[in-house]
Ligand binder design. Structure first.
Ligand code: M6R
Length: 615
């Protein structure tokens, strides 16, 4: 987690870094800081709180002049969020300054050694240890900053994306990465450094993404040099043309990114299937699948690894793959899978799902699966992300940047990609008839319009939010394809409103959670027509007998649930396998409106960060 930004060139660095930090705040937002070189000295200002807090105090603390600088927005790992633990961190001499995203696991041992050598520490962070290790190596070996960084990084265990500069060499910034992302934007005689490309997209669309165990020295007005940290070999970096545009990373008139992203779903889903879903020809084209068709057809089973919302999309895919393509599926929390010694063999396919492509546990699960010989297929949103690069093949979701910490369009586009894969495999295996296949394609193509219709319930959902905003607990129930949607609805509510919510398979209710139900308990029940409708209706009856408040998510025109429920929110009819793409919409809106009414920080809920790059 944490966002890092740097600039070296001919412009004033401060406004670029400040704006960049605001764009990276989704990565962590418990403290922020900036260090600038003003022509003579390093000026540093940092604070607990958000980038806005930094902005308020920075002008009274330092001059913001300078064409070289680095900035950081933090998600605390080592040391509580406070001014002192905020980045950047100085070395003991005050000559060097660093920003860091990641964790140095052996910092305790290194710190002891440095204390024995006379170094002192003001913060509790691992980062201050790293910058002093660099300083110690630089001084004792009398070498340049780049070399000292390189040697220091061979001594650390952990993960990092760092940027360091030396006030005595104010024409260069040294950067390096292992396990945390780092992009370098290449402008005209200027360089931008950032955790992703959003801080520099209005200045350049040429970028280099450092690979793990690579470092670079970016020098004002010079060519960039990238090398391998371990063997010092020079690397010819690939300069990528970015597709990102400014509009995609701005709120565009919406109050929150989350709301914008909820409303982007019709287009995001279209972008996901564009060029892949060819309904008139009755084919699905996905190069990642075609190129590896033999492997998919020989697969004994699919193991899905993911975290959070992506794990919920994986659960939906379990139903889709098993029903359509008749391939057994297991869905695993990446964090559990990686520490289990799981049984994996060569005919297993591991599908890793991740919006950010940077989630540490998912990345580690992929590495483990690869080491056991499995073929690993990635479903990621962020192009060029670590997971996208670590997997053998994959399919991007093409949802566009998702900035709100609560995942919305990532979920629906992941389900779209997974549906396309399952359908393609079903066709290849002959487990679906051609008419059924065509029907699925037609229905999938109509999903964006139906999402649009589902979004029309927004005002009504808001009025329901008004009624239940003061509630302490919520229950979400669903069955089959919509059981994972119930889990996802509960997660959305928890993470942005801080209201406790549980998702459950509807039939499991009577094995425990039913004891919670009384007249104060709102229960969101997904009861669409094509699922196990009658069974869910029985579950609704059971709730009603215990006086629970029922919010039904139903297929348009439903009468039965309407009679029983306190409120019903309609979604258009579709195939059961595609229904999660519609039923999830009112649940996203419900959690959004409740959170807004409770005055929560919707886009940046407490204690969370968008990419969880620590385990
Ligand atoms: O980037 P990823 O999809 O790998 O992230 C996984 C989870 O951290 C993420 O889905 C998280 O649960 C979201 N905040 C949920 O809204």
């Amino acid at each position: 987690m944490c966002g890092i930004v740097g600039y070296i060139g001919h412009r004033e660095a401060y406004p670029i870094i400040l704006k960049g930090l605001k764009r990276l705040e989704y990565r962590g937002y418990d403290s922020a800081g900036i260090a600038l070189y003003d022509g003579e000295n390093i000026k540093l200002s940092k604070t607990k709180g958000k980038v806005d807090d930094l902005e308020k105090r920075i002008n009274s603390e330092i001059s913001t002049v300078g064409t070289l600088g680095i900035g950081h927005t933090r998600w605390a790992t080592h040391g509580v969020p406070n001014d002192i633990n905020s980045h950047p961190h100085y070395s003991n001499s005050g000559d060097l300054v660093i920003i860091h995203n990641g964790i140095i696991e052996n910092y305790g041992t290194l710190k002891k050694e440095l204390i024995n050598r006379g170094y002192s520490f003001t913060s509790e962070t691992d980062t201050e240890v790293l910058i002093n290790l660099i300083e110690d190596i630089k001084k004792s070996e009398n070498i340049k900053l780049g070399q000292a960084v390189q040697i220091a990084l061979t001594q650390v265990v952990g993960a990092y994306a760092i940027a360091v500069f030396d006030k005595n060499k104010p024409n260069e910034i040294v950067v390096a990465r292992l396990g945390s992302p780092l992009a370098i934007g290449i402008g005209d005689d200027e360089f931008f450094i950032a955790s992703d490309a959003s801080p520099f997209i209005e200045y350049t669309n040429n970028a280099i993404y450092l690979e793990d165990e690579e470092m670079a020295i970016v020098r004002r007005g010079k060519e960039i040099k990238v090398r391998k940290i371990k063997d010092d070999s020079l690397v010819n970096p690939y300069v990528q043309k970015l597709q990102l545009n400014l509009e995609q990373i701005e709120k565009g008139g919406y109050e929150h990114f989350m709301l914008k992203e909820i409303y982007e779903q019709p287009n995001a889903i279209k972008d996901t299937y564009r060029g892949r879903l060819l309904t008139d020809k009755a084919i699905i084209k996905m190069s990642g699948v075609e190129d590896n068709m033999k492997k998919f057809l020989n697969a004994n089973r699919i193991i899905v690894v993911a975290c959070g919302t992506s794990w919920h999309a994986g659960l939906v895919s379990e139903y889709i793959f098993e029903n359509l393509a008749r391939i057994p599926v297991e869905v695993e929390y990446a964090s559990e899978f990686r520490y289990r010694n799981p049984v994996i063999n060569e005919n297993d396919i591991v599908i890793a799902i991740s919006q950010s492509g940077e989630t540490a546990d998912t990345l580690a699960a992929i590495k483990l699966a690869k080491s056991k010989g499995a073929f690993v297929f990635g479903v990621c949103n962020v192009v060029g992300s670590s997971i996208a690069r670590e997997t053998h093949a994959g399919a991007y979701t093409h949802a566009g940047p998702e900035i709100g910490v609560a995942s919305t369009k990532a979920f629906t586009t992941q389900i779209t990609v997974l549906s396309l894969i399952a359908l393609r495999l079903a066709r290849a295996k002959g487990t679906i008839s051609s008419s059924d296949f065509r029907h699925h394609l037609i229905e999938l193509e109509m999903i964006p319009d139906k999402v649009e219709k589902a979004l029309k319930s927004d005002d009504y959902v808001k009025s329901i939010a008004e009624i239940y905003k003061g509630t302490k607990n919520f229950l979400y129930l669903g069955r089959g394809y919509n059981f994972p949607v119930a889990l996802e609805g509960a997660l959305k509510l928890k993470e942005i409103s801080y209201i406790h919510a549980e998702g459950y398979p509807a039939a499991e209710m009577k094995h425990g959670p039913i004891a919670l139900i009384d007249e104060n308990m709102p229960i969101v029940v997904i009861a669409t027509k094509n699922g196990q409708y009658d069974k869910v209706v029985s579950n609704i009856q059971e709730i009603k007998s215990r006086k629970g408040k029922i919010i039904g998510i139903v297929t348009k025109g439903d009468q039965i649930v309407k009679e029983l429920a306190d409120h019903v929110i309609e979604v258009p009819e579709t195939l059961e396998s595609l229904s999660p793409l519609l039923t999830t919409i009112p649940l996203q809106l419900l959690s959004y409106h409740i959170a807004v009414m409770l005055d929560r920080n919707v886009d940046q809920p407490r204690n969370l960060a968008k990419s969880v790059t620590v385990e």
